[in-house]
Ligand binder design. Sequence first.
Ligand code: HEC
Length: 128
Amino acid sequence: MRKTSAFLWISFAVVFFLVLAFRPVNASGSVKYAEGNPELPDSVAKIIQKACMDCHGADGNSMAKMRVNFSSWNTYDTKRQADKANDISKKVSKGSMPPGKWRKNNPGNIPTQAEVDLIKNWAKALNN
Ligand code: HEC
């Protein structure tokens, strides 16, 4: 009887360590905001993390969050994600997001042309 329960405990421990060792990379949070947003591709997530999360994330600005909250992106349904992606693509292409004042204060984090194109293509794909 005692031997059986020792065996069970060891089995549990082995399973536990296997789960820890093989859990998906995202769950360990290598890209901070991707944790709450598993539905955003990493390439897009990285741009949003550096240029949008100051305002459009859980700790952001309430006006901004009302429009788009990337921390709850995974709660948006497919249609809403596609619509928001379109808005995002337009704002970023025009350069009206991130806002001018933020650009002045964070010149190194303004999305590059290549990053703007990446966002445009992502939005297009979601709206096909
Ligand atoms: C300095 C804070 C700040 C940053 C950084 C910022 N935004 Fe915004 N954003 C706002 C605010 C505030 C609003 C709401 C403005 C309004 O309602 O007129 C907003 C609104 C929006 C809207 C909705 C616009 C509309 O007309 O419905 C989109 C889309 C958007 N932002 C995308 C982005 C994206 C994408 C980024 C990053 C590339 C970004 N924003 C970065 C503050 C910010």
